[in-house]
Design a protein. Structure first.
Length: 548
C-alpha cells in the first residue's frame, strides 16, 4: 500500500528550520487543530514540510535523469545502474514502470499534496492575521499546484484531493480528467499570484516562492497547453498562447529579475558565494552541507569517473586549469555529445561543460581530456573516464564539499531566461516572424556572447527558439517537455539513437520505441494496487512511419 504509506508519512512528517533554508524534518504525531498553528513559528514548521516534500520529488536524480536521458540532449555515461542503459532506447515504456521509471513521482507528489492540504486547512482555521494566512496558503497552493503539474504532464488526469487525510480510510479515489487537473493548477497558481509578495519583500525570505514565480509558471503552463492543443508550429491554440504571453509579460514588466551578464556566474561550481538565489533565479531548490540537506544530483551527473575526485578543470576556451577540490561523483547521465558539438565555439555556455581536467583516486592525480573520436570508450585515448562531457551546472567544487563528501549547490527550476524564451515563443505563434519575438530571443542569445540573429520567417524563428532552449537549459529538466509539446521528441530521438548506434558509441543500444506527442507514462503498479479506483493509462503506440 505504497500510496497510503506515503500519505500517512506526509501527515506525520513536519519540519523545523534550524537556518533560513535548513529543511530538516522532525516527526510529529497528530495534534488537535484547535491547539496548532496559533503562531507563525508553528505555521512555518508545517509549511516548510511542504517545501521539503517538493524538494524530495523535484531533485530526485532518477526523475531528472529520465527526463534528460530519454531525449537527444542526454546519453548514458558509463554506468548501467538505475537502468541508465535503458533510457535512450525507450525500453519497457508500457510495462507499468516496474523498471525504475518515475516509480516515486506519484507517491511523492501526493505527500506534497496532503501536506499542502494540511497547511491550507489549518491555517484557514487559525487566529493569525489575514495577510499572514494568505501568504502561507499562497505558498502551500503554489507547491500543491507544482505536484499536480508534474503528475498531469507525466500521467494525464489524476485524482484531485483538497482534503486532509488523517486515516487510511477513503483513499480509493478515481482519476479526474486532465482538463480538471489543469484548471485546479491554474486556480492554485492564480491564488498564489494574488496573495504572494514580490521577491525580496520585507520579512519574506528571498528563497520562498513569490508572485513572480506564480506568474512565470502560469506563462509556462499556458505555453505547454497551447502546444498540446495543436500538432506542430502553426496549429497551436493562439488564445492559450495569448494567456502565456500575458503572464510572461507580467514577469518582464515587474523588473524584479534580470539576466546575469556573465552566464557562468549563475552556477555554484564557478560562483559559490553568489550563485544561490541570484538575480536571474525565479524559483530554486535549496540545499546545504547538512545531513539530510545535501544535493545528491552531482552523484549521478559525474564527469571524472566513479571514485575519482575532481582536482581541476578547464573552462572551454581557456588553457588555465582551475584548482578545485569538490565532492566525489558517480556516472549515470551526461549531456549528449551531439548536443555539445552543436554549440558555436564562442558560445559562453560551453564554459559550463567539462572536457578537460584532473582527477585523483587515492593519492594519484591523473590528467584527462575528452576526445569525441573515442566514441565513449573508457578510459579514452587521453585518460577520460566518462562517455561524454560533464555538466558543471550540477557540481560543488568547494573544499567544504570535499571534506563533507556532500554537495551544497542549489538547483534552479525557473530562470528569467526561460520567461524571455517563453514570451518569444508565444509572440511568434500569435504573430509569426514577429520582430518583438526575435528581440526577446536575442536577449538570451546575445547574453551567451553570440551575434544577434536576423529572422523574419515564423517557422524558422520557432526552430531558432527551440534550439536556443536546448543550448540554454541542457541538464535542467526542461527539454523533454519542450520536445514533447512541440512534437519533436520522437523524430529527434529516432535520429539520435540510430546515429550513435551506427557509430558504435559506448552504452548505446537499439531503440525500442518512438514516442508520439500523445505519450503518457504508465502509473506505477504499486500505486495502482494501493488505490482500486485508479485506471491505468492505455498502452502507448510507437510513432507511425519510424521503423525499429
Amino acid at each position: 500500500m505504497k500510496l497510503r504509506k506515503y500519505i500517512l508519512s506526509g501527515l506525520l512528517g513536519l519540519m523545523i528550520f534550524s537556518g533560513c533554508t535548513n529543511l530538516d524534518e522532525t516527526p510529529y504525531t497528530f495534534v488537535d487543530p484547535s491547539q496548532f498553528y496559533q503562531d507563525e513559528d508553528q505555521l512555518n514548521e508545517a509549511l516548510n514540510a511542504v517545501y521539503n516534500a517538493f524538494r524530495s520529488m523535484a531533485s530526485a536524480a532518477s526523475n531528472i535523469m529520465r527526463l534528460e536521458g530519454c531525449t537527444d540532449f542526454g546519453q548514458p555515461n558509463r554506468s548501467n545502474k538505475n537502468n541508465i542503459h535503458q533510457m535512450n532506447r525507450w525500453a519497457d515504456v508500457n510495462s507499468g514502470n516496474n523498471s525504475g521509471t518515475f516509480t516515486d513521482v506519484w507517491a511523492k507528489a501526493y505527500v506534497i499534496i496532503n501536506r499542502a492540504n494540511t497547511v491550507i486547512t489549518r491555517t484557514e482555521a487559525s487566529d493569525l492575521d489575514n495577510t499572514t494566512k494568505q501568504q502561507v496558503i499562497g505558498q502551500a497552493r503554489f507547491l500543491r499546484g507544482q505536484a499536480y503539474y508534474w503528475l498531469v504532464r507525466l500521467f494525464g488526469g489524476v485524482p484531485i484531493s483538497e482534503k486532509v487525510t488523517e486515516s487510511l480510510e477513503g483513499l480509493e479515489i478515481p482519476r479526474n480528467t486532465a482538463e480538471e487537473v489543469w484548471n485546479f493548477i491554474i486556480a492554485d497558481w492564480e491564488y498564489a499570484e494574488a496573495n504572494l509578495p514580490v521577491r525580496g519583500a520585507s520579512s519574506y525570505d528571498i528563497w520562498r516562492v513569490s508572485k513572480g514565480a506564480a506568474q512565470a509558471y502560469l506563462g509556462e503552463l499556458y505555453l505547454y497547453r497551447a502546444c498540446m492543443a495543436g500538432t506542430k508550429y502553426g496549429t497551436y491554440d493562439k488564445s492559450l498562447m495569448q494567456k502565456s504571453a500575458e503572464y510572461s509579460k507580467k514577469v518582464i514588466d515587474a523588473g524584479t529579475y534580470q539576466l546575469l551578464s556573465d552566464y557562468t556566474q549563475l552556477w555554484y561550481s564557478v560562483n559559490p558565494t553568489g550563485a544561490k538565489n541570484n538575480a536571474e533565479s525565479i524559483f530554486e531548490l535549496q540545499f546545504n552541507l547538512v545531513s539530510g540537506q545535501k544535493n545528491n544530483m552531482h552523484l549521478n551527473f559525474g564527469t571524472f569517473g566513479d571514485s575519482y575526485y575532481p582536482s581541476g578543470w578547464v573552462m572551454h576556451g581557456s588553457s588555465e586549469m582551475t584548482s578545485i577540490a569538490g565532492s566525489y561523483m558517480y556516472l549515470r547521465i551526461a549531456p549528449s555529445v551531439q548536443a555539445w558539438e552543436s554549440y558555436a565555439d564562442n558560445d559562453d555556455r560551453l564554459k559550463m561543460f567539462i572536457t578537460k581536467g584532473a582527477a585523483k583516486k587515492g593519492g594519484k592525480v591523473t590528467e584527462m581530456e575528452f576526445v569525441a573520436s573515442d566514441l565513449g570508450k573508457i578510459p579514452g585515448s587521453k585518460g577520460w573516464n566518462s562517455c561524454a562531457p560533464g555538466n558543471a551546472k550540477f557540481y560543488d567544487f568547494t573544499d567544504a564539499a570535499a571534506t563533507a563528501l556532500m554537495s551544497a549547490n542549489n538547483f534552479m527550476l525557473m530562470r528569467y531566461s526561460e520567461v524571455l524564451l517563453n514570451y518569444a515563443e508565444a509572440l511568434n505563434t500569435i504573430n509569426p516572424g514577429s520582430s518583438e519575438a526575435l528581440k526577446y530571443l536575442n536577449m538570451v542569445h546575445q547574453r551567451a556572447g553570440l551575434s544577434a540573429l536576423s529572422i523574419t520567417d515564423g517557422t524558422a524563428l520557432d526552430d531558432a527558439i527551440f534550439q536556443e532552449r536546448g543550448w540554454e537549459f541542457i541538464g535542467e529538466c526542461k527539454l523533454y517537455y519542450d520536445e514533447l509539446r512541440t512534437d519533436r521528441l520522437g523524430p529527434r530521438v529516432y535520429e539520435f539513437v540510430n546515429k550513435y548506434n551506427a557509430m558504435g558509441y559506448s552504452w548505446f543500444q537499439p531503440l525500442e520505441f518512438v514516442p508520439q506527442k500523445t505519450f503518457l507514462w504508465k502509473i506505477p503498479a504499486s500505486d495502482l494496487n494501493s488505490n482500486s479506483a485508479l485506471e491505468q493509462n492505455p498502452d502507448n503506440v510507437s510513432y507511425p512511419g519510424y521503423s525499429l
